[in-house]
Structure formats: C-alpha cells, structure tokens
Write a protein that binds this ligand. Structure first.
Ligand code: FEO
Length: 172
C-alpha cells in the first residue's frame, strides 16, 4: 500500500474513533437526562462508528500497511437539549462525508482501485447516515416545545434503532 494512501486511511481511522467517542458522550448525556430511547440509539451509533474504524484497520493490515491506533480527545459532555445534539450529529456526519470524499479522490489520484472499491461501502453508509440525521432534525423542528412530542420522539427513536439494526445485521 502506498504511504500516501496508508496515511490518509489512518486519518480516517482517527476520525471514526473520534466519532464513536462523540456519540458515546451524547448517549451518556441522554441516559442521564432520562431519554432512554435516544440513549439506546446513540450507544448503538457509537458502536457502529467503532465498527467503521475496525473495518479500516483490518483493511490496512490486509494490504500490508501500518494501522495507527489513535489517541482520542475528550468529547464535549454537556448539551443544552436534543436539538443541539442532533444538529451536531448532522454537522459531524457532513464533515465525515467530506473527508470520505477526499479519501476517494486520493485513491483515484494514486490509481489505487482496490482501496477505491473498498471505500464505496463508506460512501453508501454516509449517504444513509446523513439522511437519517436530517430526518431526525426535521422531526425535532416539528415538535418544537411540545413535551408530549419529546416523549413520543424518545420512544420512536428506540424503535428506529431496532429496525435499522435488524436491517444492518441482515446486510452483513
Ligand atoms: Fe463512520 Fe458516521 O461515520
């Protein structure tokens, strides 16, 4: 594996690890604030980011590169409300998509078509993650200040999580 590709993949390893930590901190906040459906969803999301990281590490090793296990900075631990959390999730996922796109561009420049092919999984995953984060934000906007709305939102998010997880397990 070319050094430039190895380095770019390691940067993505670090970003996926950071994403997992960010969502873990959000999940913990939600649990402390009695949003148990949201907490389940975010704990699950954090686990998925760790899987994204592992997938990259194992690919690097398979291609005889050097995978660097990164230090992770402490994420923010306090949030105003659910809107702040899910806006941050969306912003973060948009950022991750841009980074994946840059990675894809590097593989084309370096003519590394194997890594290019491998990254297509991440391209599709980002499409789904961004769409889901947008949907959740739209629902929160509709709820506004309605307390009952938050109760239903929390309950439904736990169910969305179960449905998505069932699909993902089927895909793997
Ligand atoms: Fe692995 Fe949500 O990006």
């Amino acid at each position: 594996m070319k050094k430039s590709i190895n380095q770019a993949l390691n940067e993505q390893v670090a970003l996926e690890a950071e994403s997992s930590h960010i969502y873990l901190s959000m999940a913990s906040w939600a649990e402390k604030n009695s949003y148990h459906g949201v907490a389940n969803f975010l704990y699950q999301h954090s686990d998925e980011e760790r899987i994204h990281m592992l997938k990259l590490i194992r690919f690097i090793n398979e291609r005889e590169g050097v995978a660097i296990i990164p230090p992770i900075k402490q994420p923010k631990e306090n949030f105003k409300n659910l809107s702040e959390i899910f806006q941050s999730v969306l912003d973060h996922e948009i950022y991750v998509t841009n980074e994946i796109n840059k990675l894809v561009e590097i593989t084309l420049k370096e003519k590394d078509f194997t890594t290019h092919h491998f990254l297509q999984w991440y391209v599709s995953e980002q499409l789904e993650e961004e769409a889901l984060a947008r949907q959740i934000n739209d629902r929160l906007k509709l709820i506004g200040n309605d307390k009952m709305g938050y109760y239903i939102f929390d309950r439904d998010l736990g169910n969305i999580d179960n449905a998505l997880h069932a699909n993902e397990t089927k895909d793997k």
